[in-house]
Design a protein around this ligand. Structure first.
Ligand code: BTN
Length: 344
């Protein structure tokens, strides 16, 4: 564990800054083996594992595609000079069934949710993940914005073809929140917790969040777009304004910068594990872990649900991920994460 923590932490001093290294947008598929045949839209040839975005298939119109592969990267622990996300590095030794079957990295986009929405209407590979180094219109739940300085966060959207029952939608948010929390706890030994339904906190400060959106894809196939934002290498100066919740980053809490590539890989693996638990209908494992990490249970709070305010004490998380509250009038009510917002 300690070794992993050391690997996650990198040393700026060894960095050699190459000024001309400019990535606009590139993507790759997980592997070019027969087991993982190249996807028709993102075909790779057998000699290169990194591919330029196809003209006419561009997810980011009007951007010039430039890329450079750091061929000296023989080992996942060696960092590229700008600590940029590199698809090839994230997918190297990635042990997942679904998550990261195709990894797309964008230098800049409005929001990875927008990009994912467009991709949802093509024959994309299930488990495709779109990372962005910068978002110009990042968004969170309840119409909040999400901003993060370039190269300092992990900002991504996962595309999942999933026939989830509508009343289990909140469980999907919980599954993601549990995965992120577990990854932070296990890889960095930081005491991450969940503020129901989707906020990831450390010491009461927000470090990450989950946003789940739904889209009908080709042939009306249900597609879930799972947006995840994590403050990774932000410093105190990167949090100038007043935010809804006090905010922090993993690097601030860890007291050292974090290797985002290794963190991204660990996250995808943990999400894959918990998602397969969800797919196999073992909801109980998810809600049990969610309860264990949830700081909201036992709190007295006010939330809004469909325009109405409710005040009471949180007593539990229900089996399908709702927030169970004992209201001031003694009534017990369960609130669903898609509609309810906790007031601050
Ligand atoms: C929240 O805390 O309300 C959810 C925040 C989710 C932010 C991520 S960043 C990647 C993806 N793209 C977005 O525009 N939002 C999500």
């Amino acid at each position: 564990m300690l070794t992993f923590k050391l690997l996650m932490t990198y040393i700026y001093t060894t960095n050699v800054y190459r000024t001309n290294l400019s990535f606009q947008a590139y993507y790759m598929t997980k592997a070019t083996t027969e087991k993982n045949p190249p996807h028709s839209l993102h075909k790779l040839n057998s000699t290169t594992t990194l591919q330029r975005e196809q003209p006419g298939r561009s997810l980011e119109p009007n951007t010039t595609v430039k890329h450079q592969i750091n061929h000296s990267l023989q080992d996942a622990h060696i960092l590229n000079s700008h600590n940029r996300l590199i698809a090839e590095e994230i997918t190297r030794e990635l042990k997942t069934k679904v998550m990261g079957n195709n990894v797309i990295i964008l230098e800049r986009t409005t929001s990875t949710m927008d990009t994912a929405k467009k991709l949802a209407h093509t024959c994309f590979k299930n488990g495709t993940v779109i990372f962005a180094e910068e978002q110009t219109k990042g968004r969170g739940r309840s119409d909040h914005s999400w901003s993060c300085p370039k190269y300092k966060g992990l900002l991504f959207t996962l595309l999942l073809k999933h026939n989830i029952q509508p009343d289990h939608l909140c469980l999907l948010t919980g599954t993601m929140a549990v995965s992120i929390t577990e990854t932070i706890r296990e890889t960095l030994q930081l005491p991450a917790e969940i503020k129901w339904p989707n906020d990831i906190l450390i010491g009461g400060k927000k470090v990450g969040g989950v946003l789940v959106e739904f889209e009908k894809g080709l042939k009306k196939q249900p597609i879930f777009l799972i947006g995840i934002g994590i403050n990774v290498n932000l410093t105190e100066e990167d949090f100038p304004g007043q935010t809804r919740l006090p905010a922090t980053s993993l690097a601030i809490e860890n007291k050292e910068p974090i290797n985002r590539i290794l963190l991204a890989r660990a996250l995808l693996q943990d999400i894959d594990k918990w998602y397969s638990i969800l797919k196999n209908d073992h909801y109980r494992y998810i809600t049990d872990r969610w309860r264990e990490y949830c700081v909201t249970i036992g709190e007295k709070l006010t939330l809004t649900d469909c325009g109405k305010e409710y005040t009471g004490k949180v007593i539990d998380i229900s089996n399908n991920g709702g927030l169970m509250m004992k209201l001031e009038n003694g009534e017990i009510k369960i609130f669903r994460g898609e509609h309810a917002t906790i007031k601050y």
